[in-house]
Design a protein around this ligand. Structure first.
Ligand code: SF4
Ligand code: SF4
Ligand code: FES
Length: 254
């Protein structure tokens, strides 16, 4: 029988399976009721929103990526029963609560201007050329409240307005591009694209080039590692695995 190919995503999905498929109803002491797409589901308390949706029978193909709070794919909007406030969260990082009305936002539609920073000058005005909408910020702080990473989003938008690339880069460094700030912004600013532009400009022009990196890039360009690359590319999957394991054990760079 042909061997079944296991993709990386299968492996990641399986890592979470133990949590949801291993649950025996009779062992569950506490249940909560959540609403997803308007339908009520009883799920064990303590699961993350993502696990609860899978427990309820949904197979998440969109709105699901790393399952660890890094990729920004599992943006969720919810409202608790009896509360007026609309909340935002990452489904893989937030536990279900009784009476949550949930909706997943797998993608936030956003315009992104085309630019080539190689051709730009390191000047404050460049940011406004591509993102004039930052001038519309009304300092309402809604973006900061919406950010599941607890970033000071409004502050980096204000820094962007001043063309302070360093501050934009530093304040937005942990942005996971989930889009939750942008969907709440009354000025319709796409904060995470502004931030990415700021980080790119700062990375390209604002910080000194790192000598060792420059040296290594030159070595790669000169083909000094071609032989090694070819060797690796010619290995079978099994050989690759063994090289990888060996490398992990010895901590040597192959
Ligand atoms: S939500 Fe929009 S308008 Fe409000 S502070 Fe953030 S960027 Fe400014
Ligand atoms: S800044 Fe916006 S896109 Fe980035 S993590 Fe926070 S809410 Fe998500
Ligand atoms: S799945 Fe990647 S952040 Fe939640």
């Amino acid at each position: 029988m042909a061997e079944k190919k296991i993709s990386l995503m299968d492996t990641v999905r399986d890592a979470s399976k133990g949590v949801i498929s291993g649950i025996d109803k009779k062992d569950v002491e506490h249940w909560v009721e959540i609403y997803f797409l308007g339908k009520a589901y009883q799920v064990p308390a303590g699961l993350t929103i993502m696990q609860a949706l899978e427990y309820a029978g949904y197979r998440l193909i969109r709105s699901c990526g790393c399952r660890a709070g890094f990729c920004g794919a599992c943006s969720t909007v919810f409202r608790r029963k009896g509360e007026y406030k609309l909340q935002t969260a990452m489904a893989c990082q937030t536990r279900v609560e009784d009476g949550m009305y949930l909706v997943q936002i797998p993608f936030s539609p956003a315009e992104k201007p085309l630019y080539d920073i190689e051709k730009e000058k390191y000047e404050a005005s460049v940011l406004l050329k591509y993102f004039p909408e930052v001038a519309r910020c009304v300092s309402c702080n809604t973006c900061t409240k919406a950010c599941p990473q607890d970033l000071q989003v409004m502050d980096y938008v204000q820094a962007a307005l001043k063309g302070d690339y360093k501050q934009v880069a530093e304040l937005s460094f942990e942005c996971i591009q989930c889009g939750l700030c942008a969907i709440r912004c009354p000025a319709e600013i796409v904060q995470y694209h502004v931030a990415q532009f700021g980080r790119r400009m700062y990375g390209k022009y604002g910080i000194p080039r790192e000598e060792n990196t420059e040296k290594r890039v030159k070595e790669i360009k000169n083909g000094e590692f071609n032989k090694k690359f070819e060797e690796i590319m010619s290995l079978s999957e099994e050989e690759l695995r063994s090289v990888y394991t060996e490398q992990q054990n010895t901590r040597e760079v192959y």
